[in-house]
Design a protein around this ligand. Structure first.
Ligand code: ADP
Ligand code: TRP
Length: 327
């Protein structure tokens, strides 16, 4: 199964990103042909500072590798290392009704959050469809917010094939990340734009400070507490084993445990994930040539796939390129 997903390099990744998306990407590498790319062209709709975009792009790669993505098993590459995606995005735009893009809820949401309503932001789903279709991807693991984009991608593949009378593009399926919304330290959905995130790669001291400042109610220490309405417990459940979760649940229900102790338990399981990852990341950071080699090699092999598909696309629509031009 060919699995593909894109991650925007638009800021520090947090525990919500890991538990909601990255951990599943990393799991999928075991039994699939995985393509994960860093969507730097998409980020240009919000990050318009060269040094920052370069840094965020590197950071996404380092974060994934540190957390267990294995470049021997999965490809991790930059979107811009496959420039053909922008060509396919244009071609798709010619078989896509403007109305389809006008219905995109994520565009409306972003404009409502004061992101400039550029043409790039408006045509974001075209580039995303090209990202997916150019590798004939079977499965696209994404969060709920992205499902509409996958449906649009399916429509575009069908329109293209029908318009040119050939089955060139493959309709992908969305694979919904487990419906778990990871709460932030204020109990709302964890998001970098809400200032409530626990970042993946902070110093241990800063991580501790974030965990200890998770909002809880004012139930006295001796009283029983409701684990199911507590963000500390919700996060613990996502990081701990089922046995550990059951044990902490008992302590909540029994009373006699303060939230401070629950937070300490949470910090322990958080550090179990983050401490070794931090170490790996530090090592990776010290070897920028290795990182560059990984990204370049994966980009090249992804591009080989993309080039073949583009030959079929160009030939289906009569776009003739000079011999060797695309070699
Ligand atoms: P942010 O809200 O911080 O800007 P993004 O929208 O860039 O995060 O998230 C990228 C992906 O990470 C999402 O598609 C989603 O799958 C996952 N994700 C982000 N925040 C959460 C969360 N709080 N709970 C679960 N998944 C999340
Ligand atoms: N739009 C996705 C997000 O914001 C990122 C993305 C770009 C993507 N191209 C993609 C995801 C292709 C899956 C497939 O999270």
């Amino acid at each position: 199964m060919r699995v593909l997903s894109g991650i925007q390099p638009s800021g520090q990744l947090h525990l919500g990103n890991y538990l909601g998306a990255m951990s599943q990407h990393i799991e999928l590498q075991e039994a699939n042909d995985c393509f994960f790319f860093i969507a730097n062209l998409h980020s240009l709709t919000t990050v318009q500072d060269a040094a920052l975009l370069e840094k965020y792009t590197r950071d996404v790669a380092l974060d994934y590798l540190a957390l267990g993505l294995d470049p021997e098993k999965a490809k991790i590459f930059r979107q811009t290392d496959v420039p053909e995606v922008t060509e396919l995005a244009w071609i798709l735009s010619t078989v896509t009704g403007k109305g389809l893009l006008e219905r995109a809820t994520s565009y409306k949401d972003k404009v409502a959050r004061n992101i400039p309503a550029s043409m790039g932001l408006f045509s974001y789903p075209l580039l995303m469809a090209a990202d997916i279709l150019i590798y004939r991807s079977d499965l696209v693991p994404v969060g709920k917010d992205q499902v509409q984009h996958i449906e649009m991608t399916q429509d575009m593949a069908t329109h293209f094939n029908e318009t040119f009378g050939k089955e060139v593009l493959k309709r992908p399926e969305a694979k919904l990340n487990e419906a778990r919304i990871v709460p932030g330290i204020d109990g709302q959905k964890m998001s970098k734009s809400y200032g409530n995130a626990i970042d993946l790669f902070d110093t241990p001291k800063a991580t501790k400070k974030r965990v200890m400042s998770i909002k809880t109610d004012s139930t006295p220490v001796e009283d029983p507490k409701d684990p199911d309405s507590c963000s500390v417990f919700a996060l613990y459940k996502l990081l701990a084993t089922p046995d550990e979760t059951a044990a902490l649940r008992e302590k909540y229900v029994a009373g006699g445990m303060g939230y401070g102790d629950a937070k300490k338990a949470l910090l322990e399981v958080t550090e179990r994930l983050l401490a070794p990852a931090r170490e790996r990341r530090t090592k990776l950071e010290a070897d920028p040539d290795y990182l560059e080699d990984v990204l370049t090699a994966a980009g090249k092999s992804a591009r080989d796939v993309a080039r073949e598909v583009m030959e079929d696309v160009r030939s289906a629509c009569g776009l003739i390129a000079g011999k060797g031009t695309h070699a």
